[in-house]
Design a binder for this molecule. Structure first.
Ligand code: KIV
Ligand code: ZN
Length: 434
């Protein structure tokens, strides 16, 4: 009983498929404090939002959606606190979300009074389902609502001091006819009349991710080619992760023409979450491209995130999960151990160690405890590695197999992982004292 609720553009070239990878980092916008926050069982307090904001600034985000100030008192007070207590660095632009409704737009502008750099983010849903079931409005009526909202934000922005930038999101764009999405975005841009010196942002949300990533990218290709004022517009993407492919949507979407990506740390956000910026940034890093975000101490960032949001990062979360650089199995351990030795012997900076996509040290993770861990699946290579790295014990080749079996046997009998200290104690007892 399910129909595919997306629209394939009539013309697309798929030219972007031929590009191997991205050549530079997109402009990032963190939506942790808005989309991430609105999906929490217990939304963040004012103090938690301040600390999270400071962490995002430290990571290097230059655009941060700080909330929906008309939605609640905490949201409003948070924006006021950032502005009144001068907490926003000069090179950081805050972003605030508003619906296309007069009193909400007015409240939003009241919240940002006195800010130096702000993106006012106007959204209005455009999908067939929302038009029919929620708004009971025709396509033309929806365009009129968006245009009325666009006129109002433009008028208020023109009166306000500071640099005010305007952004429009056709919410639920992935369930919208693609040519209609372009039509409504262009109608908004006609009001805003952006220039290359003062760009507007058109943000395409995969509010619900309902197609394969290449289909999303064809939609982006179409929008990229048909938007008016293209050199005066930043084309932004806001993928959600309902099909588990938000990072792929963002990567292919950038190949297809997008300039900017909205997402969150570790993919927090509505339902299955937003696009995980850590993963996309580190994917770039692993291809030798500077992500322009600093994840060199991923464990501290993860600890901050877990404290402020109350969420947990999964053990297998790319780059940040407890187990993502860990090898228990013998053949993996052996290859890693040989790869590390090969690197030392060849004195190379190049990272080619088998089974490890990046050097864990680059994100502040260590080899001890993170990479080679010993249980009943382990082998002689891993056990020799632990003894050498931690205790300076270099096993002669002839002993390695025997020692390996003896130690993993203990783990098998105990049904337990062995710490490096346990490994050494077993070795000591069975080989040094006997
Ligand atoms: O997912 C979404 O569509 C949103 C919009 C408000 C941009 O969060
Ligand atoms: Zn969203």
């Amino acid at each position: 009983n399910y129909e595919r609720a997306y629209f394939m553009p009539l013309e697309c070239t798929y030219d972007w498929v031929k590009k191997e990878y991205l050549t530079k980092a997109p402009i990032w916008c963190s939506v942790d404090l808005r989309d991430g926050n609105q999906a929490l069982v217990e939304p963040m307090s004012l103090e938690e939002k301040i600390q999270f904001f400071q962490m995002l600034v430290k990571i290097g985000f230059k655009q941060i959606e700080v909330g929906f100030p008309a939605a609640s008192e905490t949201e409003y007070d948070f924006v006021r606190t950032l502005i009144e207590q001068d907490m926003i660095p000069e090179d950081v632009t805050i972003q605030v979300l508003t619906q296309a409704r007069e009193h909400i737009i007015r409240k939003t502008f009241e919240a940002i009074e006195g800010a130096q750099n702000v993106i006012v983010h106007l959204y209005l849903s455009t999908s067939v389902a929302q038009r029919e079931q929620v708004f009971h409005k025709s396509k033309e009526e929806i365009i009129k609502t968006a245009v009325d909202g666009a006129i109002m934000v433009k008028e208020l922005a023109d009166k306000q001091s500071g640099n005010i930038y305007l952004q429009y999101s056709p919410e639920s764009c992935t369930g919208t006819e693609v040519d209609y999405a372009v039509e409504i975005c262009n109608a908004v841009l006609d009001i805003w009349q952006p220039t290359p010196d003062h760009k507007a942002i058109i943000n395409i949300p995969a509010t619900v991710e309902n197609s394969m990533p290449h289909v999303f990218a064809t939609q982006i290709e179409y929008i990229h080619k048909h938007l008016k004022y293209r050199d005066a517009v930043l084309l932004s993407l806001h993928p959600h992760n309902d099909r588990g492919c938000a990072v792929a949507d963002a990567e292919l979407g950038v190949l297809a023409g997008a300039d900017r990506i909205e997402g969150t740390l570790f993919g927090n956000g509505e339902r299955t979450g937003n696009m995980d910026i850590v993963t996309m940034a580190m994917n770039l890093f692993s291809h030798g491209i500077d992500p322009e975000l600093d994840f060199s101490d991923i464990s501290a960032i993860r600890a901050g995130y877990e404290t402020y949001t109350g969420m947990k990062v999964h053990e297998r979360q790319p780059y940040a999960g407890d187990l993502v650089f860990t090898a228990f199995s013998g053949s993996h351990q052996d290859a890693i151990s040989k790869g590390m030795t090969w690197r030392e012997e060849h004195k190379t900076d190049k990272w080619t160690v088998p089974y490890l996509p990046i050097d864990p040290k680059d994100i502040g993770r260590t080899y001890d405890g993170d990479v080679i861990r010993i249980n009943s699946q382990s082998g002689k290579g891993g056990i020799s590695y632990i003894l050498k790295q931690n205790f300076g014990v270099v096993l002669p080749e002839a002993m390695r197999e025997d020692v390996g079996y003896a130690i993993k046997q203990v783990s098998d009998e105990m049904h337990q992982e062995l710490s490096p200290q346990n490994v050494y104690e077993i070795f000591e007892e069975q080989y040094l004292h006997s």
